[in-house]
Write a protein that binds this ligand. Structure first.
Ligand SMILES: [Mg+2]
Ligand SMILES: [Zn+2]
Length: 183
C-alpha cells in the first residue's frame, strides 16, 4: 500500500481570500509550497490535493479557470522537482449537500481507492477545522497550518471534536517535521 499527503489548497498552498480565489491572477502560491511538495515526493509520499471550490457553483469562476490555476501550481511544483499526483475538487454549493465537499469524505475515499493508500500512514494538512475533521474521519494523522485567514485560538481548538495532531507554522515546517520523524 502507498502513503499519501492529502493537502488542502487555499490557505495551505496559496494565499486564501475572503472573496474566493477566482482567477489565475488571484492565485498566489506561497514561496515555500514547491519545496515542501518536493520533500513529500522525494520521501515517497503521494501528494493529493482535496479542495472545496464552491465558487464554481456560485459562478464566480469556471472549471476552465480552475484548471489554469492548477496547471500553474503543478508546473511550479514540477520545476522544483516535486509532483502533485492528483487534485480532487468539489464544485458544489454547501446547500447541495453533496458528499465530496469537506468535511465529506467522498473525494478522499476516491483517492484512497485509486492509489491504494494506507490512510493510517498518511497525513491530512490544512488551515481549517474542516480539513482536520476530514483527515481525522478518514483515519489520517492531521496537521493544522497557520497560513490561512482564520486565526484560531488555542482555546477554540481545544473544543473541537477532532483536534489536529500537530499545529505548524506552514507547509514547509510540516514537511520537515513529517520527513524527519520517519528517519
Ligand atoms: Mg483552506
Ligand atoms: Zn461536492
Amino acid at each position: 500500500m502507498n502513503k499519501a499527503i492529502f493537502l488542502d489548497r487555499d490557505g495551505t498552498l496559496n494565499y486564501d481570500s475572503e472573496n474566493y480565489v477566482k482567477s489565475i491572477a488571484e492565485f498566489k502560491i506561497f514561496k515555500n509550497t514547491p519545496e515542501a511538495i518536493r520533500i513529500f515526493s522525494q520521501s515517497g509520499y503521494l501528494v493529493i490535493i482535496i479542495t472545496n471550490q464552491s465558487g464554481i457553483s456560485r459562478d464566480y469562476f469556471s472549471k476552465k479557470e480552475l484548471q489554469h490555476m492548477h496547471d500553474k501550481l503543478k508546473s511550479a511544483v514540477k520545476s522544483e522537482g516535486g509532483r502533485i499526483d492528483a487534485i480532487y475538487y468539489c464544485p458544489h454549493h454547501p446547500d447541495d449537500n453533496c458528499d465530496c465537499r469537506k468535511p465529506g469524505l467522498a473525494n478522499v475515499r476516491k483517492a484512497i481507492k485509486r492509489f491504494d493508500i494506507d490512510q493510517s500512514n498518511s497525513y491530512f494538512i490544512g488551515d481549517s477545522k474542516k480539513d482536520i475533521t476530514t483527515g481525522a474521519k478518514a483515519g489520517c494523522r492531521t496537521i493544522l497550518v497557520r497560513t490561512g485567514i482564520k486565526n484560531y485560538r488555542p482555546e477554540d481548538i481545544i473544543k473541537w471534536k477532532f483536534k489536529p495532531d500537530h499545529i505548524m507554522d506552514d507547509i514547509l515546517t510540516a514537511a520537515k517535521m513529517i520527513t524527519n520523524k520517519q528517519k
